[in-house]
Write a protein that binds this ligand. Structure first.
Ligand code: LLP
Length: 450
């Protein structure tokens, strides 16, 4: 398929009629695995999206295995350039499909899990419990118990109360749980109030001033092996300085404990690395790794990172079809067959995802402003105002960078079945999740006395 003429990627391929200042062109130019081909329209890793829509319908999530592998490799190699090799514990909440987990496991990732369900999913994808970190403020007794029995690599403890509970559970089972205390460093960070987690008023972690005494106490508790600290200050963060503020506070604590003879061997740096949803620049990974190297100095700590969005976000898109266009005196609406039940991020966080036409012909047309909305009966079911070529009913669009917190957060609200999922890998599209059927919507419901 490589011989298809590309009409919009690099300048040497571009069609003379394509206005490269158009926002949709700038979005595609920054995403090397996407390109319009004159005949086949928008291709993802050289597979025409229109063909995927014909085969599987819309809305459909489409992921690219090459991007996932490339990003994991880039993460590993950028750290190794500064002499570091953190264990990568992919935050599977971002995208927990078994095929995605399997692919990342094959490339060397473990998992950061937050529930028995995520633990079981990661295990089903072949990830060893020893390569898992268990995070979350509300771990249940049965979940903790199961994780300890299975030999979890690390439990990130979020409170005094939880530490006591883990000790009791481990002691009752005659086991020892490796725990890291999750520090709440009181640093405000994150792309939106709702995804900021490291402020003192957030529910997450243990306040810095309480963490030293608690670590000392942990060493006296039966069933507990204190191994170190973790922190996770939020998501969609671009500034290494914010991470530095958090990490430095933890390192000061680590130094004090080591000096007292309380060994600290691990530092889990969390996740939170941002991705551009527009045509802006990405997370400054080399500056971040250089910062980590600098502040770590020669401390012999074993590092862990828990990236979710940065790995999976750019590897996926949501393919949707225009159902209807609606013109009123007040606005022009383009109504898609994908909505907030599929991609919740715009409604929940006012997030804006790039939207581009799939047809190469459409891509050459002039821009006009339109409100892109979904079909759900909520005013918040709205993707935003976009400058796009005139989109007519039936045409396809791709909603970009939807590989993280997309399908994982979707629901069947308004009686809309979960969308199909396709993984393009090694040159082939694979259906990795069938579209839910209408009947499956109520399959597990029980009507007493029908
Ligand atoms: N570690 C912990 C303990 C976390 O809570 C999270 C995300 C991560 C790692 C991964 O963060 P990431 O690298 O993906 O930023 N649904 C929101 C994002 C919520 C993030 C929750 N925790 C969104 O769509 O923006």
């Amino acid at each position: 398929m490589n011989d298809r003429p590309i009409i919009a990627r690099e300048s040497r391929h571009s069609s003379p009629v394509l206005d490269r200042d158009q926002p949709w062109h700038r979005l595609i130019a920054g995403r090397p695995n996407l390109a319009w081909h004159a005949m086949d329209g928008l291709c993802f890793d050289d597979i025409p999206l229109a063909a995927i829509a014909t085969a599987h319908g819309t809305p459909t999530w489409v992921y690219c295995g090459t991007i996932l592998r490339d990003r994991l490799n880039l993460l590993q190699s950028t750290f190794s350039k500064v002499g570091l090799s953190p264990a990568i514990r992919y935050a599977i909440k971002a995208n927990d499909h078994l095929a995605i987990l399997t692919l990342l496991r094959q490339s060397g990732a473990g998992a950061d899990v937050t529930s028995a369900g995520e633990f079981a999913r990661a295990a089903a994808a072949g990830i060893a419990p020893s390569a898992m970190v268990f995070s979350g403020v509300g771990k249940r007794t049965d979940e903790i118990s199961h994780a300890i029995e299975a030999g979890i690599g690390q439990i990130n403890v979020e409170s005094v109360e939880e530490l006591a509970a883990i000790s009791a559970i481990a002691r009752a089972r005659n086991r020892t749980a490796p725990v890291a205390l999750r520090i709440n460093p009181d640093v405000a960070a994150g792309g939106h109030d709702k995804i900021s987690t490291g402020r003192a008023t957030d529910k997450f972690g243990i306040l810095l001033r309480d963490a030293g005494p608690l670590y000392r106490h942990a060493a006296t508790l039966p069933g507990i092996e204190p191994v170190g600290f973790s922190t996770h200050i939020g998501s969609q963060i671009f500034s290494p300085a914010l991470f530095e503020a958090a990490y430095s506070r933890v390192l000061t604590l680590i130094d004090a404990l080591n000096a007292e003879g309380h060994p600290v061997t691990r530092f889990d740096l969390g996740g939170g690395f941002g991705i551009p949803y527009d045509d802006g620049t990405g997370f400054p990974l080399p500056a971040y790794t250089a910062m980590v190297r600098r502040i770590l100095a020669d401390r012999p700590l074993d590092l862990i990172i828990e990236p979710g969005r940065w790995l999976a976000g750019p590897a996926g898109l949501l393919l949707a079809r225009v159902t209807l266009t609606k013109h009123t005196e007040a606005a022009n609406f383009t109504i898609l067959d994908a909505g907030m039940n599929d991609l919740l991020r715009p409604a929940l966080y006012e997030a804006t995802h790039g939207i581009v036409p799939v047809s190469a012909i459409d891509a050459t047309q002039p821009a006009q402003s339109t409100e892109i909305v979904g079909p759900v009966c909520e005013s918040s079911d709205r993707f935003g105002t976009y400058d796009l070529p005139a989109l007519t009913p039936g045409v396809l669009v791709a909603i970009l960078d939807a590989g993280a917190y997309g399908a994982a957060m979707s629901s069947t609200y308004n009686g809309r079945p979960l969308a199909a999922q396709v993984l393009i890998d090694r040159g082939q599209p694979h259906l990795i999740r069938m579209r839910q059927t209408i009947e499956q919507l109520w399959r597990d419901e029980i009507v007493p006395n029908p």
